[in-house]
Design a protein around this ligand. Structure first.
Ligand SMILES: Cc1cc2nc3c(=O)[nH]c(=O)nc-3n(C[C@H](O)[C@H](O)[C@H](O)COP(=O)(O)OP(=O)(O)OC[C@H]3O[C@@H](n4cnc5c(N)ncnc54)[C@H](O)[C@@H]3O)c2cc1C
Length: 446
């Protein structure tokens, strides 16, 4: 019987295993050094905040793996011999594969800062990091977070939930400025500034972390010479593919493991998926490395098809993503670039009191809708996907916007305001679709 071995039990590896089992009788083994059972990395913060226990973020019961004949090995893969198709493990004896899937994820960036290995200094990626954070933040009062992105915000929320004051060093002029347009970024900044105990420091970078006599972080210095006392430093300056142990072999590795459109690598019967994969040629307007949850899942589904005999290329549809900035939910569908493209224009609608911002982008000439950033509402993915596929105009999107809302009663108050504001700004005459229309569309699930 053919043996498929998967290194990594994150969303990418586990999805591949589940789908290979659905389609075939192959022997499947998943190896991970992090934990025996798969858990939701995106929910780690809720364990720290006491909303869930660690076992609650494990989507499958322990018998699931036995029932589905998926063998689990908890060990570290140290190296791979691609000729003999054998893995060398740290503790167990070697494992042979017929087909190998590399799903080894990312690691937090560390830029060689002075003091980055002191006690009380850490990133947030793994189960181990969560446990360390629990230990490192016991009884402390002040923390510094380095890096203004999504993991940094999560760390800030975690620390504030335990009454730990946080200074947040953000290299850019605005918050998450490499991903968000300035108006969106300012909106998020305003929201974050409402949180007592959180101090955002823009255009500030870490220079050095200084230890007390016991070797624990006691303060940091910024590049502009500011000193900030702290007992904890959270390193949240992005992640990179976790591929160090794969380098210096015949496998082609750049930032990540280089893959073809079908996720195969330059080694026979070896594939790479999820955060660790880097496409040799980018697909559409997507980056070569995609480090988000749902893309890992899609790559897992795709590679399972190829491995079970139905060769398939990874073919993601329009970009989407979601996150939370404390209480404000964020969704993005299509592309809203930090710097608009030459042919694009924006319509931004804001309600400061309710903390809602909608940022629509569309083509200046054709008026074709290109994307939306949505803060503070919940908008339906399937509908935006349909509008992007159909190249609907901004006027069409606004006319039927109500159908995209999860909660029509709540949204009712804003919809007319949004369309009126658009008409005023663009000298247009969009009219809302009559009730029977949006009812019908919602009923038909578009
Ligand atoms: C705190 C946090 C919050 C996040 N929130 C979001 C979010 O809200 N939305 C979103 O889309 N994305 C989010 N992400 C990103 C998302 O979690 C990742 O994109 C996703 O988990 C990657 O899945 P993966 O299967 O590729 O890799 P991983 O989940 O990293 O799994 C890889 C596994 O392989 C193991 N491994 C690596 N090397 C070896 C080896 N040599 N031997 C054995 N085992 C090995 C690792 O220990 C790990 O368990 C978040 C990430 C973090 C850290």
């Amino acid at each position: 019987m053919e043996h498929v071995v998967i290194i990594g039990n994150g969303i990418a590896g586990v999805t591949a295993a589940r789908h290979i089992r659905k389609e075939s009788d192959k022997k499947i083994t998943i190896i991970s050094s992090e934990s025996k059972y798969f858990f939701s990395r995106t929910a780690l913060m809720y364990v720290y905040m006491g909303h869930m226990r660690f076992q609650d973020i494990q989507p499958y019961e322990s018998h699931f793996w036995k029932n589905n004949r998926i063998d689990l090995i908890e060990d570290l893969v140290e190296s791979i011999d691609y000729q003999s198709k054998t893995l060398k493990l740290k503790q167990s004896s070697g494992v042979k594969y017929d087909q190998l899937i590399l799903a080894v994820g990312s690691k937090p960036n560390r830029f060689g800062w002075k003091g980055q290995d002191l006690k009380g200094v850490q990133g947030l990626y793994s189960k181990n990091d969560l446990e360390l954070m629990e230990e490192n933040t016991k009884g402390i009062k002040e923390a510094v977070i380095v890096g203004g992105g999504l993991i940094g915000v999560e760390m800030a929320e975690m620390l504030l939930s335990r009454d730990i004051n946080v200074s947040f060093l953000i290299r850019e002029k605005t918050f998450w400025g490499n991903a968000l347009p300035e108006v969106d970024s300012n909106f998020v900044t305003q929201h974050l500034n409402r949180h007592h105990g959180l101090k955002l420091l823009f255009e500030e970078e870490l220079d050095e972390i200084i230890a007390d006599e016991s070797g624990r972080a006691k303060e940091i210095k910024t590049k502009k010479g500011k000193t900030i006392p702290c007992q904890f430093v959270g390193l949240a300056a992005g992640v990179s593919p976790n591929v160090d142990f794969l380098k210096e072999s015949e496998l082609e590795v750049d930032k990540g493991v280089l893959v073809n459109p079908d996720l195969s690598t330059n080694q026979k019967d070896v594939y790479a998926i999820g955060d660790c994969a880097q496409f040799k040629t980018s697909i559409n307007d997507r980056g070569p490395v995609e480090q988000v949850w749902y893309t890992g899942r899609m790559m897992g589904e795709t590679v399972a098809q190829t491995i079970t005999g139905n060769k398939m290329n990874y073919a993601p549809s329009h970009w989407f993503n979601s996150a939370k900035f404390f209480d404000v939910e964020y969704q993005t569908y299509g592309r809203v670039w930090a710097e608009p493209k030459e042919n694009e224009t924006s319509f931004v609608w804001k309600n400061n009191e309710r903390e809602i911002l909608l940022h629509f982008v569309f083509d200046k000439n054709s008026k074709v809708f290109k994307g939306i950033n949505n803060f503070g509402l919940r908008l339906r993915h399937d509908l935006f996907e349909k509008w992007l596929n159909e190249q609907a105009t901004i006027q069409h999107v606004l006319k039927y916007l109500k159908t995209a809302n999860f909660d029509p009663e709540f949204f009712k108050t804003f919809e007319k305001d949004i369309v009126d504001a658009f008409n005023k700004e663009f000298n247009d005459s969009v009219e809302l679709a009559p009730k029977k229309w949006w009812r019908k569309l919602m009923h038909d699930k578009v």
